[in-house]
Design a protein around this ligand. Structure first.
Ligand code: GLU
Ligand code: ZN
Length: 435
């Protein structure tokens, strides 16, 4: 079983989407379940509605999941498991005050050594619980430091060994009884039987802690980990909220297609057999082992190129509907404009003016009016050549004096693709267009 475990704390980042795509693809390849777990235990950082937004994005990418849950629903399980570790003396109760811990941290800083928990409370076991509760003494639960190094063979990053003191006696239950991120995550992965965890490399340092938790809980099922390298912006820095293109929502708002975004994110730092592909194709050949260990740079021009390719592959009729038409000719028209547009928005900005009443306030207004009069009284012309010769004949206009006003009339723009390429798709709207 594989999972996608987003936190509802902001707009979905392309790095998260990449994680979701990879988990989904591998689940399909292995023919196992793919579940979604909303990691909503950090109440301060949760943003209302972000969980629904995440689900809507998954829907847009057709990343169908077998189940979805909220981590906060599992709190009682986390607590039960923490108590079990306490009873088995694999965890202990810690009553250190924030002041004590701060002093320890300062001391470590002064001695220029990394801070580790002092071990002050290691002897406080489960039998102290009722007394502490009675006395109303605040306490947290800490897991005991492992005895031996934690080793992990990451499918992308390779072998990583973590020393026991680096894992440390870290907190698993906070003073308010809620579980910490690492504990919640390890417990949930364990109880739902996750066998492969694909996630961002920002979680690499959490892995030994989570492995340690699962070991102490007696979990014997092997779990594989694959940590994906971060995505860098133009300046070579980690793509952050400040980079617009890091937000999936922003990419949609710019008119990028889900198929193209998925194609691009799967290609990032990867070797793919073809440049342009669909999700079902990716499921055929995707191989985690091909993913580069080093960060990949986000290149919006590459995404634009891929988007253009997906737009040109789209069924004419479907493409038409993006611009509010049911007529496949408008899809064909849009494809002509792909020579100068790469996104739905850019296409829209080319197609909309064609069907908008034209502005006659320009140097060609006289000629435009003459042409409109001719077109209004003309029979329908099948091809652009016949239309053109008819107008020439009737008006005596030629060269620039014919083509400039005619182009503005037919397209609402001064420049663009050959009118003869556009005409076949707009001819049945001619009276509406040339007005
Ligand atoms: N909730 C974490 C995040 O959004 C993911 C944790 C995980 O995949 O293990 O970064
Ligand atoms: Zn303590």
């Amino acid at each position: 079983m594989l999972r996608f475990a987003p936190s509802p704390t902001g707009d979905m980042h392309i790095g998260n989407l990449r994680v979701a795509l990879f988990n989904y693809i591998v689940a399909k390849q292995k023919n196992v379940n793919f579940i979604v777990r909303i990691e909503d235990t950090d109440k301060e950082r949760n943003i209302v509605g972000k969980d629904t937004e995440i689900m809507e994005i998954l829907e847009k990418f057709a990343l169908h999941y077998d189940s979805v849950s909220h981590q906060s629903e599992n709190l009682h399980i986390h607590q039960t498991l923490a108590i079990r570790l306490l009873e088995e003396k694999k965890a202990f109760v810690c009553t250190c005050t924030p002041e004590q811990l701060d002093a320890d941290r300062e001391e470590a800083q002064k001695n220029k050594i990394a801070y580790r928990y002092s071990g002050r409370c290691t002897y406080l076991g489960a039998d102290e619980l009722s007394r502490l509760k009675e006395e109303k003494t605040p306490f947290v639960v800490r897991i005991k430091t492992p005895d031996t190094p934690i080793t992990n063979h990451d499918l992308i990053k390779g072998d990583i060994e973590t020393a026991p003191n680096e894992v440390d006696s870290f907190v698993i239950l906070r003073a308010d009884g809620t579980s910490t991120y690492n504990f919640a995550c390890a417990c949930d992965d364990m109880t739902s039987g996750i066998t492969l965890i694909i996630r961002g490399e920002d979680h690499l340092s959490n892995t030994p802690k989570q492995k340690h938790i699962k070991t102490l809980l007696g979990y014997t099922q092997h779990t594989d980990y694959a940590h994906l390298p971060i995505i860098l912006n133009n300046e070579g820095k980690k793509m952050s909220k400040r980079d617009d293109a890091s937000s999936v929502k922003w990419l949609f708002s710019q008119g990028f297609l889900p198929d193209a975004i998925a194609n691009y994110l799967i290609s990032l730092g990867n070797k793919t057999p073809t440049e342009i592909f669909t999700m079902p194709e990716a499921i055929e050949w995707f191989d985690l082992a091909q993913i580069s260990k080093s960060p990949a740079k986000f290149d919006i021009d590459k995404l634009r190129f891929i988007n253009r390719k997906h737009l040109s592959r789209m069924e004419d009729k479907k493409l038409s509907t993006l611009f509010g038409f049911a007529d496949e000719n408008i899809g064909k028209l849009a494809k002509v404009y792909l020579e100068e547009a790469s996104t739905i928005n850019e296409l829209e900005s080319k197609i909309r003016p064609i069907f908008t009443p034209k502005d006659f306030n320009n140097e060609w207004s006289k000629e435009m009016k003459i042409i409109v009069a001719i077109i209004t009284n003309a029979p329908m012309f099948d091809d652009f050549e016949s239309l053109k010769s008819h107008i020439m004949q009737e008006s005596g206009l030629k060269g620039k004096n014919l083509f400039k006003p005619l182009r503005i009339l037919l397209t609402g723009a001064n420049h663009g693709p050959e009118l003869s390429d556009i005409y076949p798709y707009i001819k049945s709207y001619l009276l509406e267009v040339a007005s």
